[in-house]
Design a protein around this ligand. Sequence first.
Ligand code: F6P
Length: 553
Amino acid sequence: MPEQPAALTSKPEWQALIERRDKLRSVSMRELFEQDPERADRYFIEGAGLALDFSKNLITDETLGELVALARSCRLEEQRSELMNGGKVNLTEDRPALHTALRHPGNKTILVDGVDVVTEVQQTLGRMETFVDGVLNASRTGFSGKAFTDVVSIGIGGSYLGPKLVGESLQPYRQGNIRCHYVANIDGTDICETLRQVSPETTLFLIQSKSFRTQETLENSKVARQWFLDSGGSEAAVASHFMAVTANVPAAEDFGIDADNVFPMWDWVGGRYSLWSAIGLPVALSIGMKHFRDLLAGAHAMDRHFREAPLERNLPAVMGLLSVWYNNFWDAETHAILPYDHYLRSLPDHLQQLDMESNGKCVTQTGQPVHYQTGPVLWGGVGSNGQHAYHQLIHQGTRLIPADFIIPLKTHNPVATHHADLFANCLSQSRAMMAGKTLAEARAELRNEGLDEETIDALGPHKVIPGNKPSNTLIMEKVAPKTVGALIALYEHRTFVQGVIWDLDSFDQWGVELGKQLGKGILPKLLSEDAINSAGDSSTDQLIRRFRSANGL
Ligand code: F6P
């Protein structure tokens, strides 16, 4: 266990930021821009094919320096090296977190318990390539000899959200006609609606589960296999239609998956960081291995940027520190992810697990209760849709909600002036957040509309936009394998930076265990009369009774 670091909030660097915040309370971003014509240029950094405009933030050069000083006092650079060199940064599980090894080009040795993981990764990528090429060139077919037309990926959490996001994001790079379906929910609707869309003879099932113990995935896989057998597939044919990606090969074999049809995962990869592994097979089957390797290359480029760029010019470090700034010094409780590209519409979903399952913690790495806010609620949605849903609250609500706008300079689908319209919407939203609209400006507008003074007096206050609300704008040339890889890796490292400041283990997830345990106890009470003893509280008991009554149990 590392020695007890000085409590975060007693650090002089923390105190300096409190003083800085107090000074900035009386400063508006409008003023900061008016005072410094070079502001936008100075707060614009690039790396790994992405560029970040972080000038619309409540910061000065001094603030940035003080945030970096805090990071250094928390040993961010040393911890970054630990992470990327295979140190056991996942303290409670005594494991490394080597998602960066999954996308390393291979010319490096990283040992975990004496095994060179980079070699294992490269070997697995080779197996993936052979498999993917076989499916795409139809040398590998279903039991009837027909080419596969559909892939059903059964997994949840990191075995679902990451592949689904990347599969959607890279739709323009699809090879062949493979349709990918993602099933996660234990709600039977998910698997049933999917099976209605596919034919057993041309469908490939991927059972995606690092533990191979996740209830949703196992139950859905059993339904899929039974459906396959009931629809013309044979036990023998299961071998050519069901593959597994797991760290638990014996469990996969017990399920009836041939060992040859199991792709490995490893304990040193967290579920929410695993899309770069064979968990990414649905993506590779959709876009082909060349584009999948480009995805990995983009992420690796971001790894290099994170490792090499000075903290003040480092995209993950700057974004992570700005998130800490608002979360801990401006009482921001949430952070909005606003991708202005329809292909990136599932980015907030994936980042919710990535960030909230990593930093939704209340004890430090050594188990001490924290006395400060840790992970914020991450939420968001695709622009411009959000402008017609929740941007009202962002602009005129009582809360400070920092936002990340993410938009490509070019579209895959040029039509009319749509991309310029989208870009104008994105820029207008971040400008409105920053500049707002004063009462005087609102009154002048109403006067120009010809309204009388009484109406202006009544309506004016409702038209004021407070402004001074911070946002980042991330741009890229286009949504493409390399830029999507870099974007997701950027947020992985941003999450890591925050966890280092808050002194958390960002790679375990003990908080999800209680729900699973309680679920195991409640299920038999729902299904069988003889277990109607109390579930522990009258609310749960009455709801169990109502479920049983409604379902004639
Ligand atoms: O939510 C808990 C969790 O363990 C996630 O961390 C993980 O991504 C998900 O469940 C699925 O786990 P597995 O891949 O082992 O089925």
